[in-house]
Design a protein around this ligand. Sequence first.
Ligand code: NAD
Ligand code: 0WE
Length: 270
Amino acid sequence: MEPILSLDGKKALIFGVANDRSIAWAIAQELHRAGCAVGFTYAGEALGKRVTPLAQSLNSPFIEPCDVADDAQIERVFSLWKEKFGTLDILIHAVAFADRNDLKEHYYTTSRAGFHLAMDISVYSLVAMARHALPLMEGTNGSILTLTYYGAEKVVKRYNIMGVAKAALEASVRYLASDLGPKGIRVNGISAGPIKTLAASGIGDFRAMLKHHEKTSPLQRNVSQEDVGKSALFLCSPLASGITGEIMHVDCGYNIMSTPAIDETPEKAE
Ligand code: NAD
Ligand code: 0WE
């Protein structure tokens, strides 16, 4: 009997691996485990040293630099991919960036340059990638997936411009899903709970935030990269053939809760 989920013969291109704690790396491992060939891009030479051995451990046939702020670099990556493989089945967008100084204090202090930077790297990059992926994905039942966060929906202290960028990213998922649906391409997002990755390093009080999530979430724990990786595999697979334009929470249920009833929270068994 056929396995319920196989991506044998499929090809994925993954943006956003920085190291082995990256959410994109967990997604890559799940896709690879399902039989999918996985290609990678990385943000600069410094990261190339980290990403190359990881990619090689999954026998990756494609490892290229790409700063998503640069149209020419995006163009180059997709044209190399086209030469090498002709088609693309799965595109993973796990890229976000804002000026560190804009992730402190208040939203109203965001400069025009800081606003543009966050929107450019964290939102426009998905639009540009989708446009370049379109001719490679037509007729493949392709799937595009991005990563978002609860700060798009509700105010999360200090997330500031990134919350506004993620709101625009989530709206972009819906507009892209509408544009690309007639070509058979699905576009979705995963709204992940907080995870200690490079992008979460140096964020004040991140440990307190993880504690709060653990106490408040119905599942009484934090999400892992693997939780997100498995849900990403589902959304990119034929099991999700009827799902597009969707933002799926992978957050142990945190987003459904209102004020935490601290006194009623059962102590977690240690
Ligand atoms: P990470 O630091 O491992 O990944 C972020 C990636 O963005 C890095 O690989 C970095 O190189 C890349 N990047 C930044 N600027 C770039 C540029 N100009 N060009 C190309 N790449 C660039 O951290 P992560 O937590 O795995 O983040 C992946 C995604 O998940 C992000 O979109 C993030 O917003 C989202 N997310 C993270 C969390 C969390 O708590 N860690 C929660 C929800 C959503
Ligand atoms: O999307 C993110 C992180 C995005 C991010 C992180 C950094 C740190 C380093 C974007 N740009 C930068 N720029 C840097 O120079 N997350 C969902 C993780 C995160 O970041 C927060 C959070 C959470 C959760 C920032 C403030 C409050 C909560």
